[in-house]
Design a protein around this ligand. Structure first.
Ligand code: COA
Length: 186
């Protein structure tokens, strides 16, 4: 399997809304209402013109299967936030997410010169947290009932990966991807 990241462009607008509205994805997000065409269009155009955000689609053997993104990119603080999802459930559990993580970290640390990448997950999202730890993120905290979503309060685990931690972890992850038959080299 070959995993690539392609920058999101106007032609991806409708797929991104379909993916984000899929309950298998939205159940793990801080908002899970059905996003309307208008709400999505406003968010999408502001995202495309926002220099602090980089959104990619995750492409596996030519098929777009999900999205991965950097937000809050700060050259001054040399850090950004990060997130991802795989919308195609057939693609889960095969190392695709790990491959996409590696590509996004290479971009964040090498191209953008970030020193730190931060992320958060709903505390019950054990698969995501397991994935994040497998690619080198370390837990930095747990905030109970930090996010109100409708009638529920979500607890949140915070994680980070530094540039040094990524440099130390990268060879191990690339080895794991090779074992899984996942190629990330152009
Ligand atoms: C989170 C998500 C991206 C993971 O994708 P995936 O394809 O299953 O992940 P991969 O196959 O690339 O990575 C597998 C790694 O995740 C970890 N993992 C997988 N299942 C796990 C589980 N049940 N418990 C703990 N860790 C798990 C393992 O470390 C595994 O690595 P290993 O096989 O080398 O041990 C995907 O499940 C998803 O999109 N979920 C819905 C949206 C979402 O939760 N996004 C994150 C929001 S914070």
């Amino acid at each position: 399997m070959r995993v690539e990241l392609t920058r999101i462009s106007k032609e991806d607008e409708s797929s991104l809304r379909i993916w984000r509205n899929d309950p298998a994805v939205s159940q793990w997000m801080y908002t899970n209402h059905e996003i309307s065409v208008d709400e999505h269009a406003a968010w999408f155009s502001s995202m495309l013109s926002d220099a602090t955000k980089v959104y990619w689609k995750i492409v596996v053997d030519g098929h777009a299967v999900g999205s991965i993104f950097l937000t809050g990119i700060s050259a001054q603080q040399q850090q950004c936030s990060w997130g991802m999802y795989l919308a195609d459930q057939q693609m889960r559990g095969k190392g695709v997410a790990q491959g996409a993580c590696a590509l996004s970290f290479q971009f964040a640390f090498t191209e953008l010169g970030m020193q730190k990448v931060l992320c958060e997950a709903v505390a019950e999202n054990e698969i995501a947290i397991g994935l994040y730890e497998s690619v080198g993120f370390k837990r930095t905290g747990m905030q109970r009932d930090a996010v109100k979503r409708g009638n529920e309060m979500l607890s949140v685990v915070t994680l980070e990966i530094t540039r040094d931690a990524w440099n130390a972890h990268e060879p191990q992850l690339l080895q794991r991807l090779e074992e899984k038959g996942v190629s990330i080299n152009g």
